[in-house]
Design a protein around this ligand. Structure first.
Ligand SMILES: N[C@@H](CCC(=O)N[C@@H](CS)C(=O)NCC(=O)O)C(=O)O
Length: 215
């Protein structure tokens, strides 16, 4: 059964797509125009009642929340493609820990930066300089902790690439490219090397080649 991924142009869906590529899972994509509000239409809300992208359909199984989808496929196809969960329960615990750090410590400030620096101007909405400044400070503090961690291990959960690293790709891509905030990574040696490593994986390059960002 081919997995259907909705909204491949957007950042959270790209998190799912890069995982499917790493896991060598066949998929197809369904274009959803967020700027036209297609994700708020009744047909889409039947699949994702919160009106957010992505959602996947796998036969008659439907799943939303990008990180839940990552965990589902990494576990379901544990022995296929790249192992993204670690080999032992202890490694798995660390993958989960850093996935949670990404979701609760890293994502909120980077999301605010993306919204205020890239998205708001495009929608003709005002950006909030205070939010930008505070979010940048918060993100900097998170990156200090990453720098410390990555001085000891090659990747976040240990010396193996995992879901925890992969989950950072789509939003960090904005920071390092469209947002011109790459100094935040470049001034931290280990964080900088980590980004070069994970963003040069063939899976991520393929995502960027196949699906453009809308911004
Ligand atoms: N926690 C959700 C977040 C999904 C999300 O915010 N997706 C964005 C696209 S990158 C979206 O649908 N934004 C449209 C909106 O907020 O109306 C997930 O990880 O799937």
């Amino acid at each position: 059964m081919v997995v259907k991924v909705y909204g491949p142009d957007y950042a959270n869906p790209k998190r799912v797509i890069v995982c499917l590529i790493e896991k060598e899972i066949e998929f197809e994509t369904v274009h959803v125009d967020g700027f036209k509000g297609e994700h708020k239409q009744p047909e889409y809300l039947k699949l994702q009642p919160f009106g957010l992208l992505p959602v996947i359909q796998d036969g008659d199984y439907t799943l939303y929340e990008s990180r839940a989808i990552l965990r589902y496929y990494a576990e379901k196809y544990k022995d296929q493609g790249t192992d993204l969960l670690g080999k032992t329960l202890e490694e798995r615990g660390l993958v989960e820990q850093w996935l949670e750090v990404e979701a609760h410590n890293y994502y909120p400030p980077i999301y605010n930066l993306v919204m205020n620096i890239l998205v708001s101007p495009l929608l003709g909405l005002p950006s909030d300089p205070k939010v930008i400044q505070e979010s940048e400070e918060k993100l900097g503090k998170v990156l200090d902790i990453y720098e410390e961690r990555l001085s000891k291990t090659k990747y976040l959960a240990g010396d193996f690439f995992s879901l925890a690293d992969l989950s950072h790709l789509p939003f960090t891509h904005y920071l390092m490219n469209q947002m011109k905030k790459e100094y935040m990574f470049r001034e931290r040696k280990h964080v900088s090397a980590w980004w070069d490593d994970i963003s040069n994986r063939p899976s991520w390059k393929k995502v960027l080649q196949l699906y453009k960002y809308p911004i």
